[in-house]
Design a protein around this ligand. Structure first.
Ligand code: GTP
Ligand code: MG
Length: 247
């Protein structure tokens, strides 16, 4: 939140919502008319395993983590159609944006949403049993249609993970930015400040970047942060870039 009480929150319209043609419904539930919130940014994203892993990093050791990555990368709902594997990522902007969107989204589990918050978006979701190779049910997957940041701190991390500053109109940016002075390239976990074949450009000199991203890149370059920290920054610069980096 800034001095004017403005907040931002990240919404992902997940692959099950796209497959079930619920995009228009979700957008209308979250419209300025209903929420008083405004769009600050939006993009269509084929979610790479890299981006999915960073987004749901807090769940890395949970039993449902592998199925969560399969779900958010679109492999569950579009197993035979990679070009359909995508989410719609949106930044909403306004007072109490996080709380307002979470309330309209409803509880994580669609069954709980139907019981306790009928009318919420996730009340239209499903819980799908997951079987192992022998057919034994070993857990479930919550196909709950949308993601919404849970706290303002999580929102800041997520907005910066999915969007570059220039994806957001300058007057609507809430988090510190600076002009980058160093060329940064990446391949896998390897960050480099000099180009060679096979490397992808992450941020060029003169680009506006989140200050927190540049802090990470400077620390990785100086050897004071682990090389894999650069992945958190690189994920958004590789969005929609190459088929082989996609799901
Ligand atoms: P997101 O908005 O997607 O982050 O959901 P959330 O904030 O309501 O829940 P959380 O961040 O705890 O979990 C992220 C996602 O993991 C959820 O949307 C679910 O799809 C899945 N998930 C969370 N908890 C469970 C669980 O206990 N079992 C299963 N099978 N999936 C879960
Ligand atoms: Mg969450």
């Amino acid at each position: 939140m800034n001095q004017l009480g403005m907040e931002q929150t990240l919404v992902l319209i997940k692959p099950d919502a796209l497959k079930n043609s619920l995009t228009g419904y979700v957008l209308s539930q979250l419209s300025e008319f209903h929420t008083g919130l405004r769009f600050a940014a939006t993009k269509i994203v084929t979610v790479s395993p890299l981006l999915a892993g960073e987004h749901y990093a807090e769940h890395v050791n949970k039993a449902f983590y592998p199925s969560l990555l399969e779900y958010i990368t679109g492999r569950v709902h579009y197993p035979d159609s990679p070009s359909n594997r995508r989410v719609i990522a949106i930044v909403y902007h306004g007072k109490e944006a996080v709380l307002k969107v979470r309330a309209i989204a409803g509880p994580t589990n669609p069954h709980t949403a139907r019981d306790t918050k009928p009318g919420s978006i996730r009340a239209l979701g499903t819980v799908v049993p997951i079987a192992d190779e022998s057919g034994q049910i070993v857990g479930d997957r919550m196909d709950n249609l949308i993601h919404a940041s849970a706290t303002p701190e999580e929102a800041e991390r997520e907005v910066k993970l999915w969007f570059r500053p220039q994806d957001i109109p300058a007057r609507m940016r809430l988090y510190p930015v600076e002009v980058n002075e160093t060329p940064y390239f990446i391949e896998g976990d390897t960050l480099s400040t000099t180009y060679r074949a096979g490397l992808s450009s992450v941020i060029a000199p003169g680009d506006i970047a989140w200050s927190s991203d540049l802090d990470i890149l400077r620390e990785v370059t100086a050897g004071t942060a682990a090389p894999e920290a650069a992945r958190l920054v690189a994920a958004k610069y590789l969005i929609n870039r190459n088929d082989e980096e996609q799901a």
